[in-house]
Design a protein around this ligand. Structure first.
Ligand SMILES: Nc1ncnc2c1ncn2[C@@H]1O[C@H](COP(=O)(O)OP(=O)(O)O)[C@@H](O)[C@H]1O
Ligand SMILES: [Mg+2]
Length: 249
């Protein structure tokens, strides 16, 4: 098992957003997380790497465990830092550095965080950019890229830190269908290489065709999880069925 989350809880004020989510992820799995807007999907992803501090719960990724502390101390922050080192995160809005070329965007974390030497970082970045199909535009600035290219650059940048797990928060929601496809095909290729990936997505076709497992979230809980073909063809829970039906109508 590469990732384990136990009973993750999170409230904002009086709103209980995550009401106890537990999840175990095997290495190489591709898991799609679906559910209505506002049900806590983004918050859950952010809690997995402590970008958001859960109010309660444990997260373990590889050999790094962290229990959400009642009071946050410097040693907890250090542990969160170790946890995040195993995680690559990709957002809907790309979040590339605008004043850096694509290549520099990908090299930046290895050079500044890992203190990798420039040449080594450059070699790795070039390899990754080739893998995501961006070798030809590596010297461009982000504003000269299409949305699909920006998102693939963001994936390469996350991969440059050699994460064990990739988390994607609606990676294709801002993209036209054909540009989405470029991004999804990179994710499929990573899956074939054995990368572990968790994807919050509204793309039900991708969720069904590419995932090993689908989680359906509603009101901060996992309502149903399982094999995508089973869940989409014949959901167990009435709430899942209702959600899938509203998407189709
Ligand atoms: N930092 C925050 N402060 C207050 N409320 C928040 C914050 N982040 C998220 N929320 C609320 O938590 C709920 C779940 O949000 P989110 O996890 O983004 O849902 P989803 O990604 O499933 O659409 C929403 O009602 C949202 O308004
Ligand atoms: Mg969200």
């Amino acid at each position: 098992m590469v990732l384990q989350a136990k009973d993750i809880r999170k409230s904002f004020g009086d709103n209980d957003i995550l009401r106890g989510i537990s999840l175990e992820v095997e290495r190489g799995e591709l898991i799609s997380i679906i559910g209505p807007s506002g049900c806590g999907k983004s918050t859950f992803l952010r809690c997995l790497n402590f970008l958001e501090h859960p109010d309660a719960g444990d997260v373990r990724i590889e050999d790094v465990g962290l229990t959400s502390p009642r009071h946050w101390h410097r040693r907890d922050e250090a542990q969160a830092h170790r946890l995040r080192a195993h995680v690559g995160m990709v957002f809907q809005s790309f979040n590339l550095f605008p004043h850096r070329s694509v290549l520099e965007n990908v090299m930046m974390a290895p050079v500044h965080v890992k203190k990798m030497d420039h040449e080594a970082a450059r070699r790795i970045a070039c390899e990754l950019l080739k893998k995501v199909g961006l070798a030809a535009v590596k010297d461009r600035y982000p504003d000269r890229l299409s949305g699909g290219q920006k998102q693939r650059a963001a994936i390469a940048r996350a991969l440059a830190m050699r994460p064990s797990v990739m988390l994607y928060d609606e990676p294709t929601s801002a993209l036209d269908p054909e540009l989405s496809e470029e991004v999804l095909s990179v994710m499929r290729a990573l899956d074939e290489e054995g990368m572990t990936q968790l994807v919050v997505t509204h793309d039900m076709r991708f969720a069904r065709a590419a995932s090993d497992r689908v989680l359906y979230l509603e009101e901060g809980k996992i309502v149903e999880s399982g094999d995508p073909d089973v869940m989409f063809a014949n959901p167990r829970e009435a709430r899942t069925r209702r959600f899938l039906r509203t998407l189709l109508s």
